[in-house]
Design a protein around this ligand. Sequence first.
Ligand SMILES: [Zn+2]
Length: 188
Amino acid sequence: MLLDLYIYPHPVLSRVADPVDAFDEALSKLVADMTETMYEGCGVGLAAPQIGVSRQIFIVDTSAESEQPSLRAYINPKIILKDSPVVWNEGCLSLPGLYRDVHSFGHVVIEAQDVHGEVFREEAHELRAVAILHEYGHLQGHVFLDRLSPIKQRLARKFWAKNSRREAQKLYGETALHCVFTDAPERT
Ligand SMILES: [Zn+2]
């Protein structure tokens, strides 16, 4: 089932997400629905706050079409290590159509639980490391705009305040995705 996408600056995107304690059917269903939603939006990652759920869950699939899928769900994640600073042109399903060069890291070690509660550790590089840190940031209430310099941030926010609805329509108008803007209530 496709889920509604919460568009920045909805307040759910600025809050620290709560840990997950129930590894049940509802969690598996939520992750499956998040996956469908991410693919519909052509994203490489999606975090639960982006679908209005303030929980420590995100998914990433950085495989190109020709590769094996690399989809994984990360629940209650912890960043164990990050190094190799990079500048990356990032975008976000909650800021559709907006891309900016921001600082990130090209090497990450993350520990998280899967949908069954099993703990795993993953070492990631390049795009996958950047995507993991981007989604992890959502669980801390951050978006990639927060990593711009103050001047660039001001400009980007001004642009977004004026154009978010138009940009969302441009990017998602042809898809089955429905967007939720700042004035709407959160999912429960
Ligand atoms: Zn994002």
